[in-house]
Design a protein. Structure first.
Ligand code: ADP
Length: 267
C-alpha cells in the first residue's frame, strides 16, 4: 500500500492567515486560523500550528500552495494560485451544485459565478473601500467595545434598526459614535451596521446576477445575521460553508494535491 500524500494550502489574507493540511487531496487532517494576515508573523504561525497539530513538518508535504493577498511572500510555497480560483475550488469541492459564491473577507467582497463544470465564469469585486467588508464590521465593533464574533447575537436582540446613512467607513464610524453618545441602544446600532453591510453586498451581487445554489464563504459568513439579511434582500436561500474562512486554504491544498499527483504520475 502506498503512503498517504500530504499537501498544504495557505491563505494569507489581509486580516487573517489560514492553513489546511490534506491527506490524499480529500481528508482535512489539520487546520489553523491566526487572526493577523499579510506582512505579519501570522502566515508562519498558521503553518507551524497546522503542521504541529497533525505531527508533520513542511518536508512531509508533497506540495505547498499559497493564495490570498500575501501569497507572493510565503517562502515555503511550491507555487501560487489566485484567491478567486482557490475559493471556487474549495467551495465547489464541498458544494458541487454551487452557481454563485459570495465571499466576504477582511477587505474584499467577491461575488463569483460558477459554471456547471465548476469553471469561474465571471466575478465582481468591491472597489478599494472597506464598506461592506469584515474591516467595516471590525471598526464598528471596536467603537462599540464588543467582539466581532458577538455582533450577530447583539444584532438579533435589536427592536429597531438604526439608519446608518454613510457608506464610507470613516463617516459611518462618526455616525455610530454620535448615535451612541445620544443614547441609542447597542443592538439597534448593530442592526443598522448589519443592514449597511448587506446593502453594499446586495448591490455587488445583483450586478453579477444571482443563480442558485448560493454559497457564502469567508470570515463574515460566520455572522449569521448578515447571512439572513442577505437572504431576505436577495430572495434566495444562502448556504454557509462549514469551513467559512478556510475555503481558500482548502482550495489551495486541493490544487497542491493535484500538482503533486501529476508529478508522481509523470515520474
Ligand atoms: P481575509 O482573507 O481578507 O484575511 P477572512 O476571510 O479571514 O479575510 O475574514 C476576516 C473577517 O472575518 C474579519 O474582518 C471579521 O469581520 C470576520 N470574522 C472573523 N471571525 C468571525 C466570527 N467569529 N464571527 C463573525 N465574523 C468573523
Amino acid at each position: 500500500m502506498s503512503a498517504n500524500l500530504f499537501t498544504v494550502g495557505i491563505d494569507i489574507g489581509s486580516t487573517a492567515s489560514k492553513c489546511v493540511v490534506l491527506s490524499d487531496g480529500k481528508d482535512i487532517v489539520a487546520r489553523s486560523v491566526i487572526p493577523v494576515g499579510a506582512g505579519t508573523t501570522g502566515p508562519a504561525r498558521a503553518m507551524a500550528q497546522a503542521l504541529s497539530d497533525c505531527g508533520k513538518t513542511i518536508s512531509d508535504m508533497a506540495s505547498v500552495c499559497s493564495t490570498g493577498y500575501g501569497r507572493h511572500s510565503f517562502p515555503d510555497a511550491t507555487f501560487e494560485v489566485s484567491e478567486l480560483s482557490c475559493h471556487a475550488k474549495g467551495v465547489c469541492a464541498l458544494f458541487p451544485d454551487v452557481r454563485t459564491i459570495i465571499d466576504i473577507g477582511g477587505q474584499d467582497i467577491k461575488a463569483m459565478k460558477i459554471g456547471p463544470d465548476h469553471r469561474l465564469i465571471n466575478f465582481m469585486m468591491n472597489d478599494k473601500c472597506a464598506a461592506g467588508t469584515g474591516r467595516f464590521l471590525e471598526v464598528m465593533a471596536r467603537v462599540l467595545e464588543v467582539q466581532v464574533a458577538d455582533l450577530s447575537e447583539l444584532g438579533s436582540k435589536s427592536t429597531k434598526t438604526v439608519d446608518i446613512s454613510s457608506t464610507c467607513t470613516v463617516f459611518a464610524e462618526s455616525e455610530v459614535i454620535s448615535q451612541l453618545s445620544g443614547g441609542v441602544a447597542i443592538p439597534d446600532l448593530v442592526a443598522g451596521i448589519h443592514r449597511s453591510v448587506a446593502r453594499r453586498v446586495v448591490g455587488l451581487v445583483k450586478r453579477l446576477g444571482i443563480e442558485e445554489q448560493v454559497v457564502m464563504s469567508g470570515g463574515v459568513a460566520k455572522n449569521t445575521v448578515v447571512v439572513s439579511r442577505l437572504e431576505s434582500a436577495l430572495g434566495v436561500k444562502i448556504v454557509t460553508s462549514p469551513l467559512a474562512q478556510l475555503d481558500g486554504a482548502f482550495g489551495a491544498a486541493i490544487f497542491a494535491h493535484e500538482k503533486a499527483a501529476e508529478q508522481l504520475a509523470a515520474a
